[in-house]
Design a protein around this ligand. Sequence first.
Ligand SMILES: *Cc1c(COP(=O)(O)O)cnc(C)c1O
Length: 235
Amino acid sequence: MLGVDAVDIALAERIAAVRERVGDAALAAGRDANGVTVVAVSKTMPRSAVDEAVSLGLTHFGENRVQEAREKFAEPLPPGASLHLIGQLQSNKARHACQLFACIESVDRLSLVDTLAAEAAKTERLMPVLIQVNLAGEAQKAGCSPEDAVALARRIMGTECLRLDGLMTIAPLVADAEETRPVFRGLRELRDQLRDDLLGQDLPVLSMGMSNDFAVAIAEGATHVRIGRAIFGER
Ligand SMILES: *Cc1c(COP(=O)(O)O)cnc(C)c1O
């Protein structure tokens, strides 16, 4: 009993600390903290940890593997809580992804747009998506190049069942979070440029920033921060 309570308290304290740091970062940037959504990244964590986090008020959860998420969320989340896919999506998992996730943040190629559009049409739902951009050009990272983003955006906008909400990126892992600033700024500038190129498309969402660097991302306009370890502890 003692052990279980101790876990609850640690999670509650970490969530409170993250909320405070998100609030401070928003305030420092002259932004409203309500404009920043925390997506709690629950990959590798058990369902019990997610349920505790829901009971502590978190509403958005991020998973990077479709199969893991299917098993973990065989019992759906309560109304008001939702799942984001933040990891690379293979086309053969697109159907399950459309059934399970409220947003697919990792759209990175034209063929995936076509597959997702077909699957979303079958489930008769409007599927919100983000384009994942590999801004730093890191060879091992997923995401399209900034140059390819406009073609992807046009393709998504040409579908009936996908809704393009914005962009997502993962910054390089660096010792000093400040070094990630050009990446986050670059994603915001790319969004602004796309907004101008694609007349009439708002693209409100910028999903950027993780446990190490979310304060810098918020300073550069993040609307969604994907936070794993700072909430659930080390994996
Ligand atoms: C794991 C992961 C995160 C969270 O990383 P932490 O360092 O645990 O905060 C965020 N985004 C993506 C795409 C991830 O895979």
